[in-house]
Write a protein that binds this ligand. Structure first.
Ligand code: A3P
Length: 296
């Protein structure tokens, strides 16, 4: 009964209509009952929207830019992934959260309607990061190839169809970005964009700093801009997921820190795919005006 025997491309299972990895669905009641502390901070994203990047920025801001402290453990141990469950004995997100004292930073990919009620009851701060749909699906396609516990991708064409139909793990990108957008004011959510972080990282880091009621000196902000650049994070073993065993993440298929760019979608979408995707997008996003950019 080696751990490796229990690792495979798990099927998805729905929770209130949202497809999640089956291990998460099976442990759903424990996730849903989680009670955060009012001081806990939630970082929420649709998968591949820049989660790890913002996690690193937040950890550095909370530690006044101290690079060594922020290398105390891999991202997933510093900022646990709320809903994640694996076959035992791999610790779940909830197991890791028990090892930390509030104020904690917590990661989730849950759409807003599945976020445990305790976060709203306790008025926790929430940072939401969104990335334009086309770059998001390209990044997810590569990730699902190397993530050996997610379903097979199929061809690129099949994958885009699944994305549009909301059939990938964590469900519909469209519903995800809209759900947080519509409630951002009522729930005091800081809603930021991958493209803005790429174009002007300093400005977005300052936004996050202010939202967290921190005051970090200009020099330290400059240092955090450098420490959270794609190149530096790609080489940081505590931020690049190289500590995850290759039976789960096979980074020889595609590195976790893959390209980190805006506009890589142009290398994958055919003109016909772009047209179909854009028409479908216009229909699905007609009820909101979220300022997504597919180039900078
Ligand atoms: P690509 O696959 O387009 O390269 P997440 O952390 O939500 O899983 O998102 C991963 C995506 O964010 C990957 O996108 C990854 O390269 C990118 N990323 C991570 N850190 C980054 C950084 N510091 N700068 C730019 N992109 C980054």
């Amino acid at each position: 009964n080696k751990v490796s025997d229990s690792i495979y491309r798990f099927p998805l299972a729905e929770v209130r209509g949202v497809p999640l990895r089956n291990w998460i669905a099976q442990n759903w009641s424990a996730v849903s009952a989680f009670r955060p502390d009012p001081s806990d901070l939630l970082i929420s994203t649709y998968p591949k929207a820049g989660t790890t990047w913002v996690q690193e920025i937040v950890d550095l801001l909370l530690h006044n830019g101290d690079a060594e402290i922020c290398k105390r453990a891999p991202t997933a141990a510093r900022i646990p992934f709320l809903e994640i469950h694996y076959p035992p004995p791999i610790p779940s997100g909830l197991d890791l959260l028990k090892t930390l004292k509030p104020p904690r930073v917590i990661k989730t990919h849950l759409p807003i309607q599945l976020v445990p009620e305790g976060f709203w009851e306790n008025k926790c701060k929430v940072i939401y990061v969104a990335r334009n749909a086309k770059d998001n699906v390209v990044s997810y396609y590569h990730f699902d190839q190397m993530n050996l516990i997610h379903p097979e991708t199929g061809t690129w064409e099949e994958y885009v169809q699944k994305f549009m139909a909301g059939k990938l793990a964590w469900g519909s990108w469209y519903d995800h970005v809209k759900g947080y957008w519509k409630e951002r004011e009522m729930r005091n959510i800081l809603y930021i964009f991958f493209e803005d972080m790429k174009e002007n990282p300093r400005q977005e880091i300052v936004k996050i700093m202010r939202y967290l009621d921190l005051s970090v000196s200009d020099d330290i902000i400059d240092k955090i801009v450098k420490l959270t650049s794609f190149e530096v994070m790609k080489d940081n073993p505590m931020a690049n997921y190289s500590s995850v065993p290759t039976i789960i993440f096979d980074q020889s298929i595609s590195p976790f820190m893959r390209k980190g760019e805006v506009g890589d979608w142009t290398n994958y979408f055919t003109p016909a795919q772009t047209q179909i995707f854009d028409e479908d997008y216009a229909r699905k996003m007609a009820d909101v005006n979220i300022p997504f950019r597919t180039s900078i």
